[in-house]
Ligand binder design. Sequence first.
Ligand SMILES: Cc1cc2nc3c(=O)[nH]c(=O)nc-3n(C[C@H](O)[C@H](O)[C@H](O)COP(=O)(O)OP(=O)(O)OC[C@H]3O[C@@H](n4cnc5c(N)ncnc54)[C@H](O)[C@@H]3O)c2cc1C
Length: 475
Amino acid sequence: MLPAPAWRGVQPCFDLFPLLICSILLVGLRVFILGGGLAGLAAGCRLADRGDYEPILIERRPYLGGRASSFLHKGLGEKVDLGQHVFLRCCSAYISFLKEIGAWEMVALQSRLSLKICGQDGRVGRLAGSLLPGPLYLFPSLLRLPLLSPRERLLLLPALVRALTSSRRRDRVEGSFREWLERHGQGGTVERFWDFLILSTLNDHPERVSAAMGLMVLQEAFLNHHGADLGYPRVGLSRIAAKAGDYILKRGGEIILGRGVERLDLLGSRVRSVRLSDGRVLHGEGFIAALPPEGLLRILPEEWRLHPFFSCVERIAWNPIVNLYLWLDRPVLEEDLLAFFDSPVQWVFNRSKILGHAGPGQELCLSLSGARGLIPLPPERLFQIVLEELERLLPEVRKARVEKHLVVKQPRATISLLPGMEAHRPPSMTPIKNLFLAGDWTATGWPSTMEGAVRSGLEAARNLISALKGRPGEG
Ligand SMILES: Cc1cc2nc3c(=O)[nH]c(=O)nc-3n(C[C@H](O)[C@H](O)[C@H](O)COP(=O)(O)OP(=O)(O)OC[C@H]3O[C@@H](n4cnc5c(N)ncnc54)[C@H](O)[C@@H]3O)c2cc1C
């Protein structure tokens, strides 16, 4: 006799609740992460790690990484990043994230800061870390920096000491970083140094950056030993994002690409489901919105969009970055990267060397931060202006032929850090009980960077986990 199928004796069960609990115990709590930039990826990796969650990440574009990604320019047949990215050793969350997802080999991090800086007048200096501890390790090279006069160098030091020992609490330090500098005797020609430092790290000029953020950057870079060592990817940025995607998939998560979230459906003050651009409605227990601010507002029901917690994010403003990619017929640069003083071009990256591309020619990427005035220009005009500037800075370029070029304008590269802007950056916890926010624009305490994005994703995952404690499947 054939054995009876195991299900034969099972009575029809109309109460599905026990079944729901069983399935949750078996596959984990279904949680959604909306947006596949670094913030969403960091949240997804953290939730996938746990094993008792089933994270489902939804990204509108057909690839991951958001602003930290690459794209193929079909006309040129070249894959380039949306913008060249760098990080510092003090970006501890981003560094741990790279190590965790197995992408550490995809970046380079200097063992000791060494940055060649060229001035307009042909003078060249090097900002370099020394063996001195913590706050002092950059002082010897600052005291020797030939781009500044001996008087300017001496002028810098008391302000630096003051910056490193100041409280950066908003109630103690008000106004712009420029005002703070003026209060500490940093006017005149020494302004050039601060402009270079703040534009390179915060993507804006000291008069458009809050004093608290200016101090924050200095303290993170100087107070952490070797905090200013420079790091940069050795692969296209999308490969790092894809590695994070693999990490999620290997741990039982799911990734939906090329479908945007159109709407959140709520019951009372809980999200029940997300509606996708292909019409699907997906139900879950917890939701992390790692979207840009306007993307978040678009998917909220109107009554929540008008809630003061959410409506204030409309005030968040953005700063642009322009990148110019050049393919030259010969090498003009030996270093991995070079910085410029007193120039609209802050950095030039030797992409051929960094990415290990062999060839007789050389690929360069020029980065122009806070480039508000350049954004409206037609790409060809912009190319001419920036090329002329590069030829002045690196006369070797005049001998080379530009075989191809590409201007990549990002009008919304990073958020503005104007005084008062911090008040509009919302925390991760929202008045909607199972909705958490992530993104470099949320209240991370960091500027709008990869570090800020990763921190926000981890914080949102932490908040979601503790909010779902006590619900089915959570111990
Ligand atoms: C040119 C440039 C240069 C930069 N340089 C540096 C640098 O040197 N160092 C540094 O630390 N940082 C740099 N940044 C900033 C850094 O890229 C960002 O801080 C970081 O990538 C932000 O990540 P995020 O996840 O918060 O946001 P995003 O990357 O913007 O991710 C949001 C994601 O949500 C998706 N999305 C939007 N709407 C929907 C929807 N309805 N449904 C589903 N998905 C949706 C978007 O497609 C996107 O993928 C630079 C940025 C740019 C543009």
